[in-house]
Design a protein around this ligand. Structure first.
Ligand code: TRP
Length: 333
């Protein structure tokens, strides 16, 4: 039997290259070695966006379309929407009963989320009960399929520590080594920065979306920061001080291309504008297959709906088995 992997993303809208290189590529590779469960965490989205649900459905579709385009394969992995597996909500209840309040109160990622919320105005700035339950709900996601590993970014590790504590406590309380203690699987891919050199993020307006057109991508790349000390295009450039463009070359170019770019830049034979035009073409070439698939799903949303419905049904079958055991162990009626 393969080890089990569970991971999810909050459906916040179309994904960017940071998601692709940092998370999804990793998921794609895991599909062949593990039994994978990938889901859109729409309940988790509600913990902070409960007042903005108009776009939730479309955002969920967009996230799943991006996954499919990048190569998450419904034949290999179970793809589902969290709220379509209501068993998770029931498990969340049992877990919340055995989680000491101070375990969630000291979760650093949660503290950060609360801090950011409080800087916002009016409604939606409140820390609700549901948000305090964020790591418990996440534990329910993970334990629902008795996961062994959870591929995530470093910011999620604190949550998973709580999941391990909850699993241990459950096993102690109900007298059986039932739940595995899931381990975080950190992605070691290099992080791609945004077009302005800061962290790539949707809200910073410095991202390239997986679903952007080739033209939009080329245009965005032309705005990328280069070597700030370089004034004229035939001045010798400094690739290592080039804050964005050269870094992107090292991610998207092959070894020969990168050394050509470095060499020509250092000799002043390659202006930044020309360099970025080429870079845009390079990135578009790398993404063309993904974007073609993205377009295909966009034009056939009923296919995506079907994948979600079938994946969620599959997830429920497994979830119901685990839940039956949980109810027996807790000695529910
Ligand atoms: N909290 C995760 C994030 O913001 C999303 C998530 C929800 C998740 N439940 C999960 C990730 C379970 C892994 C496992 O990225």
């Amino acid at each position: 039997m393969n080890e089990i992997i569970v991971s999810g993303m909050r459906p916040t809208g179309k994904l960017h290259l940071g998601h692709y290189l940092g998370v999804i590529q990793n998921w794609v590779n895991l599909q062949d070695k593990y039994d994978c469960y990938f889901f859109a965490a729409d309940w988790h989205a509600l913990t902070t966006k409960y007042d903005k649900t108009d776009e939730l459905r479309q955002n969920t579709l967009d996230v799943v379309m991006d996954w499919l385009a990048c190569g998450i394969d419904p034949e290999k992995s179970v793809i589902y929407v969290q709220s379509l597996v209501p068993e998770i909500a029931e498990l969340n209840i049992y877990l919340s009963m055995i989680t000491p309040q101070n375990w969630v109160e000291r979760d650093p990622t949660l503290k950060d989320m609360a801090k950011i919320l409080k800087t916002k105005e009016g409604q939606g700035s409140q820390v609700n009960y549901g948000l305090m339950g964020y790591p418990v709900l996440m534990s329910a996601d993970i334990m629902m399929f008795n996961a062994d590993c959870v591929p995530v970014g470093i910011d999620q590790v604190a949550h998973i520590e709580i999941t391990r504590d909850i699993a241990r406590r459950f096993n102690n309380l109900y007298g059986e080594e039932f739940f595995h203690e899931a381990k975080p699987l950190l992605n070691h891919c290099s992080l791609i920065c945004g077009l302005d050199g800061n962290k790539m993020g949707k809200s910073f307006n410095n991202d390239i979306k997986i679903s952007d057109t080739a033209e939009a991508t080329s245009k965005k790349i032309m705005s990328a920061i280069t070597d700030r000390s370089r004034l004229r295009k035939d001045d010798p450039g400094h690739p290592d001080d080039c804050e964005v463009a050269f870094k992107y070359w090292t991610i998207f170019g092959d070894e020969d291309e990168v050394s050509t770019v470095r060499c020509e830049c250092e000799k002043g034979l390659r202006g930044c504008a020309q360099c970025k035009r080429q870079l845009g073409d390079k990135i578009n070439e790398k993404l063309s297959e993904i974007r073609e698939r993205r377009k295909y799903y966009e034009e056939n949303p009923q296919l995506v709906e079907k994948i979600i419905a079938e994946g969620s049904a599959k997830a429920r079958v497994r979830a119901q088995q685990v839940l039956a055991d949980v109810r027996r162990l807790v000695k529910m009626y």
